[in-house]
Structures are given as structure tokens and as C-alpha cells.
Design a protein. Sequence first.
Length: 225
Amino acid sequence: MSKRVADQINSFKYKGEPIRITLGTLIMTALCVILLIIATFTQITVKHPYFPADTFFYISQGYSGFELYNHFIKSYDYIPQIPVIFFILALLGRKFGITAIIMYIILGMFFPIFALGGGISYLFEYGFGYILAYIPAVFFTGTLLKGKTDYLRIPVIALVGVVTIHLLGILYMLFISTLRHAPIELITSWISSQSGIQILYDIFFTIIAIIIGKQTRKLFWIVMC
């Protein structure tokens, strides 16, 4: 193989280069905004085994196999918005990932593309802090993902990103609750529903999303650059 051909082939290989502003990257960024909107209104049912506190007592009662199966299989209705955020980050990188999120937020100020609607009034919704938290979460996580990333570090990176979103989301919710003089029961119920067991699912699916995003980035690198 001649040196000229070898150089041409090598130029098409992805080596962790930053993505440049091209028509391809602008189209991919717009498509990622659409993907995020779709994820906002997508609900998947996750089923997995789990072992509640009464596991040994329940087994000792002699229930049938079908009853045992239902007792130890947990169903959870999950909205994959946060994993999609980090998929977009791994695919586009920090700069274009933040751009896609800002575009999503700006569109939400004019169109009902958030989970509970949209418009300027959405700034005072309890859950808007989680959406705003996407920006710093992607900034911090994108910094950690820059360059070559060992797959063993991805769970730690996912943990940092997800915890950042939930922590800032809770703080914003507490701020809005203070303005509204909301009762403590409402506050604790909201935190439990939005940042309870949800965090574990977010971390698990975010790990998968980052891995898929990094591999997809390699596949579409030529198009995006």
C-alpha cells in the first residue's frame, strides 16, 4: 500500500478529535434536539428481579411459581430523558451537547415540549430545575469525557452527571417551594418521585447511553466533521 493511500485511509479514522462546525454537525445537533423532545414524551416499562425485605418469609409460605415470579419482578415506568442527554453529550461533545440543550430550553419557552407543557411560566414549575441542571451536568461530564476515556471510568462519569442533575433539580425545587409556601408533604413527595429510586435507573441507563454515544460518534465522525 502506497504512503498516499495509507494517509488517506488514516485520515478517515476517528482519533478523538473535537468536532468542527460544519453543515453535518449543525444537522446532527438539530436531530439531537428532536431526539431529546421525543425522549421527554417516551415512557418505557423496565422489568427486573429484586428482593424485598420479606424475601425469605415470602418464599417460606409455599406460593406457586407464578406468584413468586410476580413478587420478585419489579416493573418501573421510566422516561429516558437523562440518558438521552448523556448520549447526546458522548455523540456531539461538550460544546455541541450544551448547544443542543440550550436550543431545547429556548424552544420550550415558546412551545409545549417539556413534560408538563412549556412557556415562560414553566420557569416556576418544580421540575424546571432538572432541565436547567442539564447544562452544568453536561459541562462537568463533558470535561471528564474529553479525549480517550477508559470504560472503567464511565460509571464514575455517569454518577457525577446524574447526581449533578438531581442535586441542582432538588435545590431549584426547594427554591420554588419556598416562593409558593408549599407544604412539607408536597416537597418530600416530589423529591421521592423525581429523585428517589429514579436516580439508580438514571445512572444505569446513562452508563449504557454514554457507551453507545461514544461508539456512534466514531461511526458518524466523517459526517459530523
